[in-house]
Design a protein around this ligand. Structure first.
Ligand SMILES: NC(=O)c1ccc[n+]([C@@H]2O[C@H](COP(=O)([O-])OP(=O)(O)OC[C@H]3O[C@@H](n4cnc5c(N)ncnc54)[C@H](O)[C@@H]3O)[C@@H](O)[C@H]2O)c1
Ligand SMILES: N[C@H](C(=O)O)[C@H](O)COP(=O)(O)O
Length: 323
C-alpha cells in the first residue's frame, strides 16, 4: 500500500514552501498531499527556478506523485506573501493548515502528517495563544499528554516539558508528568521503532542531578520516586543522571532513548549532533506526526539555500511509522 501523508507548508513567508518544492523535484515514494497556498507555492517555485505542476487532491487517486508535481489541498493565504516577511494577517491561514491536516488524520484520509515550520511569534501576535505544533495537535486530538522527541538515526532525545518559559519548568516537573511521559515514550519506542525492552536514560533537573539535595531536591523528592514506580512496572530506566555527562558515549552506547527534563537541556545536544538530518516526532497522538528539526529560517526563504535534509528525514520517518 502506498502511504499517503499530509505535508503542511507552515509559515508561508518561511522556507517551508521552498523545501517542499525542492523535494518534489524527485520521484516521491509516498503519496504526498500538500496542504498550503497554491499561489504562494507557484510564486516560490518560479523564484527558485524549479518546475512545479499542482494537482487538486482526489481521494480516489492513490499513486505516488511523479517528480516536479504535487497534489494539493489549496488553502489560500489572506494576503499575498513576501518571502522572508512575516504578516500577522496570514496567521489564521497557518492554523487552518494544521487543523485540516489533523482532521484528515483523525478521519483516515491520510496516514500521517509532516509539518514544515511555523513561526510561533507571529501567530501569538495575531491573537491566538500558540506554543507549538506538539501542543496544538495534543489539544485538537483530545490527548492529556503527548511527548516531543527529536531523533537522528543514532540519538533520540525526548522531553518531559516542551515550550515553557524556563522559570516555569521546575514547577512543571511533577511525578505524574514524568510517569505519563516515560510511559508514552516506552510504549511508542516499542510500537513504532520495534524495540522490545527500551533502555531509557533519564536526566536530572539540577546541576549534577541535585548533588544529593545540595543543589536542588527535585531528583530526591520527585524524579527518583517516579522512576522507581515505573521500574516496578518493568520499564528499563537509568537515572536521574547528571545531564552534562548523560550525553557521553559511555552512557549513550547502552541507550535506546534519552529523556531530558526541558527543551534546552536536550535539544541543543541533539541539534549539535545532527542538525539538518533529524526529525521531530510527536509520540502519544492517535496519528503519526513528524516535523523538521529547524525553524522558519526567514533569512533563507526564496534563496534556494535552505537544506531539505531534515524534511526528507521527517517524511521518511513518518512513512515508516505509518507503515
Ligand atoms: N517545527 C517547527 O515548526 C519549528 C521548529 C523550530 C523553530 N521554529 C520556529 O521558527 C522560528 C525561527 O526560529 P529560529 O530562528 O530560532 O530557528 P531557525 O531554525 O529558523 O534558524 C536558526 C538558524 O538555522 C538556519 N537554518 C534553519 N533551517 C535551515 C535549513 N533548512 N537549511 C539551512 N539553514 C537553516 C537559519 O538560517 C538560522 O541561521 C521561531 O518562531 C521558532 O519558534 C519552528
Ligand atoms: N521544539 C522544536 C524545536 O526546537 O525544533 C520546535 O520548536 C517545534 O516544535 P513543534 O513541533 O511543537 O512546533
Amino acid at each position: 500500500m502506498t502511504v499517503r501523508l499530509a505535508i503542511t507548508c507552515g509559515e508561508p513567508a518561511g522556507i517551508g514552501p521552498d523545501l517542499i518544492i525542492q523535494l518534489a523535484q524527485q520521484q516521491q515514494h509516498q503519496q504526498w498531499v500538500v496542504i498550503g497556498c497554491r499561489r504562494t507555492l507557484l510564486q516560490r517555485a518560479q523564484q527558485l527556478g524549479l518546475p512545479l505542476t499542482l494537482h487538486d487532491f482526489d481521494a480516489t487517486h492513490t499513486a505516488a506523485t511523479p517528480a516536479g508535481e504535487l497534489t494539493l489541498v489549496d488553502v489560500p493565504t489572506r494576503t499575498e506573501v513576501q518571502h522572508g516577511q512575516l504578516d500577522a494577517n496570514n496567521a489564521e491561514h497557518v492554523l487552518a493548515l494544521l487543523r485540516i491536516a489533523a482532521e484528515g488524520c483523525l478521519q483516515g484520509r491520510w496516514q500521517g502528517v509532516v509539518t514544515a515550520p511555523v513561526h510561533k511569534g507571529i501567530i501569538n501576535q495575531a491573537g491566538t495563544e500558540f506554543s507549538g505544533h506538539t501542543e496544538f495537535f495534543r489539544d485538537i486530538s483530545g490527548c492529556d499528554e503527548v511527548v516531543m522527541m527529536l531523533a537522528t538515526e543514532d540519538l533520540r532525545v525526548a522531553l518531559v516539558t516542551t515550550h515553557l518559559p524556563l522559570h516555569q519548568v521546575a514547577d512543571a516537573i511533577t511525578a505524574e508528568r514524568i510517569e505519563r511521559v516515560t510511559t508514552i515514550l516506552h510504549h511508542d519506542l516499542q510500537r513504532f521503532f520495534g524495540i522490545a525492552a527500551p533502555h531509557i536514560l533519564v536526566a536530572g533537573l539540577n546541576p549534577h542531578a541535585g548533588e544529593d539535595g545540595h543543589l536542588g531536591r527535585e531528583e530526591i523528592d520527585i524524579i527518583t520516586p517516579a522512576l522507581q514506580r515505573l521500574r516496578a512496572q518493568g520499564l528499563n530506566l537509568t537515572g536521574p543522571l547528571p545531564a552534562d555527562t548523560l550525553y557521553t558515549p559511555k552512557h549513550l552506547q547502552h541507550a535506546d532513548a534519552t529523556l531530558a527534563m526541558y527543551h534546552d537541556q536536550g535539544l541543543p545536544v541533539l541539534k549539535f549532533h545532527g542538525f539538518g538530518r533529524a526529525a521531530n516526532i510527536t509520540l502519544g497522538l492517535p496519528f503519526v506526526r513528524t516535523s523538521v528539526d529547524h525553524g522558519t529560517a526567514l533569512d533563507l526563504a526564496g534563496t534556494g539555500n535552505a537544506d531539505s535534509g531534515s524534511l526528507a528525514t521527517a517524511i521518511n520517518v513518518a512513512a515508516t511509522m505509518a507503515q
